[in-house]
Design a protein around this ligand. Sequence first.
Ligand code: ADP
Ligand code: MG
Length: 699
Amino acid sequence: MAQPGILDNPAQYLMGVGPKRAQLLARLGLETVGDLVHHLPRAWEDRSPTPPGRGVPPDAPLVLRGRVVDSFTRRAGPHLMLLVARMLVPEHGEVEAVWFKRPSRRYDVFQGLTKDLARGTDLWLVGRGEAGLLKVRRIDVDEHYRVDDPRSAWHVGGLVPRYPTTEGLPERWLRETIGRALEEAAGSIAEVLPPELLERRELLARPQALKAVHRPRSAGELEEGRRRLAYDEFLLLGLAWALKHKQLRQVDKGYGYEVKRSLLTPFKATLGFELTRAQKRVINEIFEDMRRPHPMTRLLQGDVGSGKTVVALASLLLAVENGRQGALMAPTEILADQHLWTVRQFLGDLPVRVELLTSSVSKARRARVLERVADGSVDIVIGTHALLEGAVRFKRLALAVIDEQHRFGVRQRTTLRQKGPAMDLLLMTATPIPRTLALALYGDLDASTLDEMPPGRVPIVTEHAPEERALEAVRREVARGRQAYVVYPIIEESARLDLKAATAEFERLRAGPFAGLRTALVHGRLPGPKKVAAMEEFAAGTWDVLVATQVIEVGVDVPNATVMVVQNADRFGLASLHQLRGRIGRGHDAGRCFLVCDPKSEAARRRVQVLCETTDGFRIGEEDLKIRGPGEALGTAQHGELGLEAADLSRDSDLLGSAREDAEGLLSADPDLLEARHAGLRARLVGRYQKLWQSIDLA
Ligand code: ADP
Ligand code: MG
């Protein structure tokens, strides 16, 4: 029987964990025995013996169990030593097993290994071999285990967990250490769910579930264990959201809103267009919400080009009309600057003081803006992440709008919210997500949808075309006085090379196909002011063609631009392409988008095809979820912050639904989870979310 409290023991308590390894474990956030028990596998590998005749699937290892006949070493060059064992493997016959090592004069590199290779020893081998052969003839060994070692079953023979690890911590060691932690602590892992829930949802008990994921005996058992842990994650998330929303509902703003129309009416008059019916409806929904006594958290969904900015501005003006401040946060400098420009245009001569706060605003100016934000003499601040900094303090912030909110994480939303404890929050996105996922991401949040485009839009025509044809279209449109974008992808993994390539391409286009056109280049590495200047010049018509990277992906609004050429379009994700394409077709002229690429994978071909078929953001969002799965599609930042490890949003939406129902049930019986029988659940909730969502007050 393990003693209680063992889960809190430091990892060093376990056999085989010395101070050095303990330090490395800490780097993974694993400090206690309990942390190890809860360090879930990232994947499971099928390591049952490879049968003859099937060949090895490309992403699976070759696994053999055999008996050593004899072994010898062989030098295979100045930097390589081989150790070769002839093995007898049932069903395969004689197999040559090969270990590779760098030779060393100082010690026997195969020390330890040779003693495992005594004639007659039974071994498990995990490695790589030639795929497709009827019988395995040779295996390059990555790992081997003695069959007479009882722990070999942790590493080979069936489904084996793969753990995220760090340099200096061999996965094999980690697997064994987690195995030990699990054995030692088995009796101390507490159940946190009430028994009636376990029964109703037919869930495995917690200790068993942990055992099933760390040491699955079958695929069925593994799935049962994983689902139990996924359910826990969803339940905790559901409870956390519910408590947070409840807390917000208890906050009283302490002021009321009146629709005074002193700004709103003249604003509508200077717009130069009628609001769409959808915009009017959504603005009403938001106003109603803002006039309630407790803070608003509302999601505004509307496809690219549906006119979200005007809605945001109307909402900000309601706050300003009532003597309060507003903030508008965007994910990129270019977009923030664009918003500033648009807002100033829409506001005309109205007495509204608007300022910009991004990292490229000069120090002196920033200091002045900060001061004026703090003393209340700025009405609306537009900015980037720079708004989240501690130095940004508002006198009476009442509404924050987050544009392209899927680019931000929960943590950032929370930080912004803390700048005005009772303020309203409007989250805008063009990437629609299914209701279940929205629940996971925001809890039960109110949503408004712009389901109508401003009138007169001509749908963009998209084609997968050869470059020459695309560049020809650019020249033709420019000859008609129109403007064009040529976009090159820059992906993080190869950012430097990509940027170099884009710059070279810019030179090539300017010298050749676009000779005589006024062509400019803008990319993310340009200093902020230069970037912004290039965009402003493009908007003002100084340039015919803008060669750009994805910095223009969101928000940029230049109605005179009618053509877009996306180079290497197969390297962009579907959502990115849809956003990019939304930069054109913003006026009354038909926009044309050319995808120039030679897609290599099936997924890339599918993306290109979807883009050519539809401009409907909702359909594209759905396809994106299908192709990439929700974890990816929603952005890993959000996924990680939500604490979803065992849960898989694409497979477990049924669980998400039941967990949410159960969270509500629990809270209606015990609104603050204060009852003794919920103590375990509450402790886990605090442990998981308190730090992340500072504003959930569970203490
Ligand atoms: P998004 O929803 O993608 O943020 P924007 O707010 O940038 O869209 O609006 C796209 C374009 O449509 C802008 O040029 C904007 O001025 C224009 N627009 C917005 N609402 C209307 C409307 N009711 N009638 C005509 N044009 C509009
Ligand atoms: Mg926008």
